[in-house]
Design a protein around this ligand. Structure first.
Ligand code: NAD
Length: 296
């Protein structure tokens, strides 16, 4: 039975770790926050207070942490993952972080003879719970082949994106598309209302016309057309505006580092920054329609 240390038992990490435990892996969880450990223990997951106890003897270590600084700390700090991992252990970071940090941690792991993958996900908390996430994986092919059967117990699609950092690159590009598309869908619904076209009719037409996209058909920002979308529950997340802003900022940092022009990505980033500055960062990212409609 593969022994897995799972670090970061938050909104995403806990259901992912539980799916691995359900699939028969020997999972030991760790989180720095006592309340997160308590929630995990209540959910039946074995948890430890100390990181080194989750990592020691583990054949795989999976991390699901908020952002780059926590990933650096968990892997690189004294007493962190690299200090405690067994030779031969495979390290998989599923957090969404900047490409630079991902490559730096890969490099440090390689320096200690440890294989590592960056494997961010798409699909949100619902996907984590239903084991239907999409994994975008960067790293060596051999490490990917070892990770695949484990990742498949948490996701429906597991794609090898290329060498170290390309999983994060895919995630950042995908979420930049998503942020831009959501704003475009919001603008269209606000314009339609002013033109006397009902939201239901715009949905009926555009979901079968060339404006069709995921933000419209799976996550519609107005209540009604897609019953499961956060618009039907006062924009409770889902995927928060704060997370979208984080990902758009990562895209802007990366774009400027490599000299790529992303004018609509920059605009989307600024709009989400305004929305967050208005105190709305805890709402679902589709709630930006309120700001676009002038109804904050
Ligand atoms: P979260 O804040 O709910 O969970 C992160 C967990 O990491 C927390 O429980 C926190 O206590 C723990 N943590 C922080 N620092 C730690 C440390 N030093 N040691 C151990 N544990 C530590 O966040 P989340 O929603 O689970 O998201 C995790 C990652 O997944 C983020 O990078 C996010 O961008 C990405 N993501 C989230 C979603 C989503 O819909 N929530 C979707 C796709 C990707």
């Amino acid at each position: 039975m593969t022994r897995i240390g799972f670090i970061g038992l938050g909104n995403m990490g806990l259901p992912m770790a539980r799916n691995l435990a359900k699939a028969g892996f020997a999972v030991v969880g760790h989180d720095v926050v006592a309340a997160a450990r308590a929630r995990a223990a209540e959910a039946g997951l074995p948890v430890v207070e100390e990181l080194d106890r989750a990592v020691a003897d583990a054949e795989m270590v999976i991390t699901m942490l908020p952002a780059g600084p926590q990933v650096r700390e968990v892997y690189l700090a004294d007493g962190g993952v690299l200090d405690n991992a067994e030779q031969g252990a495979l390290l998989i970071d599923c957090s969404t972080i900047d490409v630079e940090t991902a490559r730096a941690v890969h490099e440090a792991a390689r320096g200690q003879g440890l294989a590592m993958l960056d494997a961010p996900v798409s699909g949100g908390v619902a996907g984590a719970e239903a084991a239907s996430l999409t994994f975008m994986v960067g790293g060596e092919a051999e490490a990917f082949a070892r990770a695949r059967p484990v990742l498949e117990r948490m996701g429906k699609a597991v794609v090898h994106a290329g060498p170290a950092g390309t999983g994060q690159a895919a995630k950042i590009c995908n979420n930049m598309m998503l942020g831009i598309q959501m704003i475009s869908v919001c603008e269209a619904f606000v314009l339609a209302e002013k033109l006397g076209l009902s939201a239901d009719k715009l949905f009926e037409i555009s979901s079968r016309a060339s404006g069709q996209c995921w933000s419209l058909t799976s996550y519609c920002p107005v209540p009604g057309p897609v019953p499961a979308s956060p618009a039907n529950r006062d924009y409770r997340p889902g995927f928060t505006a704060a997370m979208m802003l984080k990902d758009l900022r990562l895209a802007q940092q990366t774009a400027s580092a490599v000299g790529a022009a992303t004018p609509l990505g920059a605009e989307a980033c600024q709009l989400y920054a305004l929305f967050a500055a208005a105190g709305k960062e805890g709402l679902d990212f589709s709630a930006i329609i309120k700001m676009i409609a002038g109804r904050l």
